[in-house]
Ligand binder design. Structure first.
Ligand code: GTQ
Length: 361
């Protein structure tokens, strides 16, 4: 067929145009280029611990928790990615929270899933989740599953700080849903469970005759097992990493990588929306890319992550983000670094949409 002269392209008639406009319909070829532009492309970026610490120290000095405006009532410094308004990515949110000695971050609950990774804690810093006090010791990871009451109580004599990770941007912005939210009538929820209760119910013995989830309450329905309130103690995680490294070869892309599993299933993901891994790096990894977003927190050590020609240099407690589809690899500076790897991969997997590939660089 002869090539059509662009000058003589066929156009919709004015009658068709008017008809489409009047009925709020548009031809696909006029709207397809507007798809996928609600957010700017996510950028690879890093937040250095020195800057974060300086900021949270100043904010702590200026603003007692009880003076915070109504809302989440949490004193948190939130890394904001260029092109985003409120988070490091359009699915995963991270923030660094402080609670001063004697302070309480008051009890509330919400639809978003949350977890804490303790940066500077102690046995007298407690996050109270679903009636149980969980001590927050350094490097402990504690879940706050959706719709569970939680307050953070600092009975120690030093400021406690930790990393918060929530699926807020996924729920509020990407899905444009509501983070159903409720404040508790009390600042501190009643402690109704003995310490160790939640942990004790998900081992190799479980409540007989109950469903696998131990009867976790909640207004939401879905295809995944709900995540229980749970504390992953660092001693145990570190031991699993060491044993892994002693007895196996590393994963080419992730090093020695242990997943924090949902205790009800013994499998990833920890939350329906987010997966978490402790990754021990002893040598440079190979480059790959995937359509899921990854956020990293440096548990210990230093090194670099190369993202599509950019170099992110990291030290302990830095936070960085690897955008979707960007080739990347990690390179620890000495023989050992440990990262907390966080990803929205389960969301992609839920829709059979996860893809990854090795990369050249
Ligand atoms: O500690 O409950 O960083 O509700 C953001 C929202 C922490 C919390 C955040 C929250 C919390």
């Amino acid at each position: 067929m002869a090539q059509q002269d662009p000058e003589e392209r066929i156009e919709l008639t004015s009658e068709t145009r008017r008809l489409l406009e009047e009925t709020d319909l548009r031809p696909l070829w006029e709207v397809e280029d507007t798809m996928g532009h609600v957010y700017d492309d996510l950028e690879a970026d890093i937040w250095k611990w020195g800057d974060i610490k300086q900021a949270i120290d100043h904010v702590e000095r200026d603003m007692p928790i009880e003076e915070l405006p109504p809302g989440f009532q949490r004193r948190v410094a939130v890394p904001i990615n260029t092109g985003m308004q409120n988070a490091i990515s359009n699915t995963i949110y991270v923030g660094v929270q402080t609670v001063s000695p004697g302070e309480t971050a008051p009890s509330h609950r919400h639809g978003a899933n949350a977890l804490r990774f303790t940066i500077d804690g102690s046995e007298d810093m407690k996050t109270v989740v679903a009636g149980e006090e969980f001590p927050m010791e350094n490097n402990d990871l504690i879940t706050t599953p959706q719709w569970e009451w939680h307050d953070h109580v600092n009975d120690s004599d030093e400021t406690a700080m930790w990393l918060d990770v929530l699926d807020l941007p996924l729920i509020l912005d990407s899905l444009n849903s509501t983070n159903v939210f409720e404040n508790h009538e009390l600042e501190r929820q009643p402690v109704t469970k003995t310490q160790g209760y939640w942990d004790s119910q998900y081992g190799h013995a479980r409540p007989a005759g109950e469903s696998n989830d131990g009867g976790i309450p909640g207004p939401f329905e879905g295809i995944r097992e709900p995540t229980p309130p749970y504390r992953f103690g660092w001693t145990e995680i570190l031991e699993t990493l060491r044993q892994r490294a002693e007895n196996n070869n590393p994963d080419p892309y992730d090093g020695y990588s242990m997943a924090y599993v949902n205790p009800t299933t013994g499998q990833e993901p920890l939350f329906p929306t987010m997966s978490f891994r402790a990754q021990l790096l002893t040598e440079a990894t190979e480059a790959h890319f995937h359509n899921a977003t990854e956020v990293f927190f440096v548990i210990e050590g230093k090194g670099t992550t190369h993202v599509d020609g950019e170099t992110l240099e990291w030290d302990q407690w830095d936070i960085f983000v690897v955008p979707p589809d960007k080739p990347h690899h990690h390179d620890p500076e000495n023989d050992e670094a440990i990262l907390l790897g966080m990803t929205d991969r389960p969301v992609f997997e839920a829709f059979n949409f996860y893809a990854e590939s090795a990369a050249d660089q």
